[in-house]
Design a protein around this ligand. Structure first.
Ligand code: FAD
Ligand code: 2HG
Ligand code: ZN
Length: 489
């Protein structure tokens, strides 16, 4: 692995045999749902970042939840390890095998089963692509309370399993709040029905919460019941240019005060992130610097959405006036719906992909940091790497962007060529930096294989011990997603 943490040794799982393949093929309904050829397996074995690669010899696409549970039971009984996989857009190496784990993909569980237009509850198979789910809900004037750049590929089951945050978190909160129920296949073959569609349910321990953000280590989510949100009829956004980080913080406070219930996103983009997007263009949509006359070091993408366009426009205008009068915004541009709005979002959502195209696998840190020192991690990292000779002229870019409304910073370091010394300069320094400021080393992407051994920077030993005990109750053989989330013992 190109990862910065050493790969733990392979546990003593059985190796896949012709007999195993034949039995599992039967369980999942034949050849069409069972992949052993090198071409198909290459996609299941490689992750989005290009940093992690496994060597699985078998990928399964069970057509029903029951088949997922039966395949899992077989693997547990025969000492085979399993990695659950959704859309394979995860950024921490959680959804790909470390060694030769059997891949169980949820891609065939792709039906939106029901939408209750009164309550807004939608029930969907775990393999429904986020964007497809949203398009289905749009027919009912509803919306998934979750949006992210990977929406065209990621699955709702993967979103639940990573407890994905994304661009609407500021307004709609965590999946821990909007997931109403789950169906989960357990390692022993039980299909656990927690698929309540009730908004309120206080009968005993809320077991579904355990599987939200468990990254496939406790069970395989097969069906999801989700509280959808009313679809706003008016969406507008402003892109503002700001001179100092202190003023960006003032802009966020001002946005909260002026925009109140209409504020639906406050995203941060620094100059280096914007430059990477504008330099690395390839997409059909040609992107331009939204504020070409005033290049500022910082930008905020502030979105409002609601049910009354005139009202929302007025609020956004008042906010922009105040931001200008108070000397916070140096420049700004407004987009109401349509192509202009899509372009602003394409810049923000295109940062990861533009970085990925530059060269070597990107070092990605997705951290929660108090806003008082939020951007310091970027300047400190730049200074640290620059001291060692890694700077713009050597092709190394340190960029900061993210969900500032949720104090979630995305710190990315990109180089043109693979150079392990960069990784050694970053880790564990970056984890110590975050931990010493009371932050979290994973705000939204999870731990996966990248940060399993680093969990101690954000969780006390007692908490990690309890997690291991819970894992042991649900998966005593360790079938599910070994080497991920918890440190390997
Ligand atoms: P996968 O990558 O397939 O899997 C992710 C993890 O969940 C793995 O550990 C896997 O084993 C497990 N898993 C998947 N499906 C199941 C299941 N049914 N049952 C049990 N375990 C399962 N994340 C954010 O939080 N916010 C963002 O804004 C965001 N933006 C992104 C933008 C881009 C361009 C990309 C590439 C990724 C982004 N991500 C973001 C990261 C990623 O977490 C999400 O894309 C998504 O939630 C992963 O879903 P997936 O279906 O691709 O899961
Ligand atoms: C985003 O907010 C995603 O764009 C991806 O969470 C962040 O690539 C990253 O590091
Ligand atoms: Zn993000």
């Amino acid at each position: 692995s190109l990862g910065t943490a050493p790969t733990p040794p392979r546990h003593s799982f059985d190796k896949i045999s012709a007999q195993h393949i034949s039995a599992l093929k039967q369980i999942v309904g034949g050849d069409a749902n069972c992949f052993t050829d090198a071409t198909s397996l290459a996609a299941y074995n490689a992750d989005w970042t290009g940093r992690y690669r496994g060597s699985s010899q078998l990928a399964l696409r069970p057509p029903t939840p029951r088949a997922v549970a039966d395949a899992l039971k077989y693997c547990t009984q025969h000492g085979l390890a399993v990695v659950p996989q959704g859309g394979n857009t995860g950024l921490v190496g959680g959804g790909v095998p470390v060694y030769d784990e059997v891949v169980i993909s949820t891609a065939a569980l792709n039906a939106v089963e029901s939408v209750d237009a009164d309550s807004g509850c939608v029930v969907a198979g775990a393999g429904v692509v986020l964007q497809a789910l949203d398009e289905e809900l749009a027919k009912h004037n509803l919306m998934v309370p979750l949006d992210l750049g990977a929406k065209g590929s990621c699955h709702i089951g993967g979103n639940v399993s990573t407890n994905a945050g994304g661009l609407r978190y500021l307004r709609y909160g965590s999946l821990h709040g909007s997931v109403l129920g789950l169906e989960v296949a357990l390692a022993d073959g039980t299909l656990l029905d927690l698929l309540s569609t009730c908004r309120k349910d206080n009968t005993g321990y809320d077991l579904k919460q355990l599987f939200i953000g468990a990254e496939g280590t406790l069970g395989i989510v097969t069906r999801v019941a989700l509280q959808a949100a009313p679809r706003p009829s008016s969406v507008q956004a402003a892109w503002i240019g700001i001179q100092t980080f202190e003023d960006v913080r003032r802009a966020l406070r001002l946005a909260r005060r002026h925009l109140g219930e209409t504020l639906s996103a406050f995203e941060f983009v620094d100059r280096a992130s914007l430059d990477v997007v504008l330099e690395g263009q390839h997409a059909s949509m040609r992107l331009h610097d939204p504020l070409p006359d005033n290049p500022t070091p910082f930008h905020a993408l502030v979105e409002v959405s609601g049910s009354n366009e005139a009202h929302d426009t007025e609020k956004l205008e008042h906010f922009l006036e105040a931001a200008s009068e108070e000397g916070i915004a140096v420049d700004g541009t407004v987009a109401s719906g349509g192509r202009q709005l899509a372009e602003l979002w394409a810049i923000r959502e295109g940062i990861s992909e533009a970085l990925a195209r530059r060269g070597a696998p990107v070092y990605k840190y997705d951290v929660s940091i108090p806003l008082s020192c939020w951007y310091d991690i970027v300047t400190d990292m730049r200074a640290r790497l620059s001291e060692a000779g890694y700077n713009d002229s050597s092709g190394v870019r340190v960029v900061g962007y993210g969900h500032m409304g949720d104090a979630n910073m995305h710190l990315n370091i990109s180089s043109l060529e693979v150079d392990d010394r960069i990784g050694n300069l970053i880790e564990p320094w970056v984890y110590e930096w975050v931990s010493s400021r009371g932050g979290s080393i994973s705000a939204e992407h999870g731990l996966g294989q990248m940060k399993a051994s680093a969990i101690g920077y954000s969780k006390h030993p007692e908490a990690v011990r309890l997690m291991a005990q819970i894992k042991d109750v649900l998966d005593p053989s360790g079938t599910l997603n070994p080497y991920k989330v918890l440190p390997s013992s």
